[in-house]
Design a protein around this ligand. Structure first.
Ligand code: ADP
Ligand code: MG
Length: 396
């Protein structure tokens, strides 16, 4: 839609040092990496630069050290895993110190084919503050900037916004290129009809997302807890379901806006209700008005069928937010059904949001989704139509 950005293809890396902002924010317990998916995901970009004759300076944050050195959040275990994954043909060096000037020395001595992993970026107070001196120090290390950490692109930090403003060329790595391409597919000149599935707990979390989607899609299917604020705002009985009374006006205005724009906006017509917010609560299916004292925790079978039908006719689907409290087995059926319909469909499917991606993984259909976004907050901000500072800093 808005942002054709330069990528690895646009740069000759021979003899060049690349500062690559990666996402190595892996789960770490007592120095042991629980899941190295994020390190593996960064390998293609690193390997492509090395293969082109360049050297790589990898930079990431890890956990939340809040601008101080936290021993348990040092990058040592990540450096060792990166070395294992890249194999003996590639030399991985760990930065000698947190100190940027010292690391700069190591970076400048880097030979082609070598990788230097900097210490945890968030040990520097200047990282989240986007301090110019720190951004300059990072920029001085390299000849090229590569952004491959989509999950932090919505943050204007030194390594995401400051450095690429100073270090040119500044381009997208392979992972970020995929994220951008997925958004272009869904919102650039998408195959229509485009259907958005929006769920989750609260309307207030997703107002801007919904408003922005109305400008782009043909159909919006609403599920999850937020559906009840819409239903209540329309005068329907919702029992003790989640409800944000202070959002009635905005819910009504979204419904009106959809009408004006000719966007089909659907709300659940039946519900799986429970007498308590608990995995072993008493449940029943109800159509229309919810009985007093019962709360809707999943879309009902009729709604599931109506939504599935819309999805089967869609050429492009964007999904954010589960249809029910999918963490509890009893209330996971609507969400699982949506995941399976998407998996079986030939449509272009783009899914993002921490919980929605978890639902896709739980149903083991990752391989059948066109694109699963790696960024929770960043994905939502993209859906909101915002320019992400980490992307807008890159060369067009
Ligand atoms: P994502 O992480 O994909 O962006 P959200 O964080 O917006 O999704 O929403 C996920 C949360 O919404 C889940 O914790 C889920 O239990 C909750 N949720 C879904 N449906 C309901 C409901 N009917 N009532 C209460 N909470 C719900
Ligand atoms: Mg979430």
């Amino acid at each position: 839609m808005r942002m054709a950005k330069k990528t690895l293809k646009d740069v000759d890396f021979a003899g060049k040092r690349a500062f690559v902002r990666v996402d190595f924010n892996v789960p770490l317990q007592d120095g042991v990496i629980g899941d190295d998916t994020r390190i593996r995901a960064a390998l293609p970009t690193i390997q492509a630069i090395l293969a082109a004759g360049g050297s790589v300076i990898c930079a990431s944050h890890l956990g939340r050290p809040k601008g101080q050195i936290v021993e348990s959040l040092r990058m040592g275990p990540v450096a060792r895993r990166l070395q294992d994954l890249l194999g003996p043909a590639v030399k991985v060096l760990a930065a000698p110190s947190v100190d940027c000037e010292l690391s700069k020395g190591a970076a400048k001595g880097l030979q082609a084919g070598h990788v230097l992993l900097l210490e945890n970026l968030r040990f520097h107070p200047g990282e989240t503050a986007n301090e110019p001196a720190l951004a300059q120090c990072f920029a001085d290390m390299a000849d090229v900037f590569v952004q491959d950490a989509f999950g932090t692109c919505h943050r204007a930090h030194a390594s995401t916004a400051g450095t690429p403003a100073l270090l040119k060329p500044a381009v997208a790595g392979l992972l970020l290129e995929k994220e951008i391409a997925a958004f272009d597919m869904a919102f650039g000149s998408p195959k229509r009809p485009v259907v958005a599935v929006v769920g989750g707990a609260k309307v207030s979390d997703k107002i801007v997302v919904l408003e922005s989607l109305l400008d782009k899609v043909d159909t919006v299917l609403i599920g999850g807890g937020m559906a009840y604020t819409f239903l209540a705002a329309a005068g329907e009985a919702i029992g003790s379901s989640l409800c944000e009374e202070d959002r009635f006006a905005v819910a009504r205005s979204i419904v009106d806006k959809a009408k004006t724009k000719g966007v089909k906006l659907l709300l659940p017509v039946d519900h799986l209700v429970a007498d308590a917010f608990a995995p072993d609560a008493k449940t029943q299916i109800v159509e229309g008005a919810l009985p007093e004292g019962w709360m809707g925790l999943d879309i009902g079978p009729k709604t599931t069928e109506i939504y599935a039908n819309e999805l089967r006719q869609a050429a492009t689907v964007v999904w954010n937010g589960p249809m029910g409290v999918f963490e509890m087995e009893a209330f996971s059926h609507g969400t699982s059904a949506i995941a399976k319909v998407l998996a079986d469909s030939d449509c272009i499917s783009v899914v993002g949001g921490g919980d929605s991606v978890a639902a896709i993984k739980k149903n083991q259909v990752e391989d059948q989704i066109t694109h699963i976004s790696t960024g929770g907050g960043a994905f939502l901000e993209m859906l909101e139509g915002k320019e992400l500072p980490g992307i807008s800093a890159l060369d067009s």
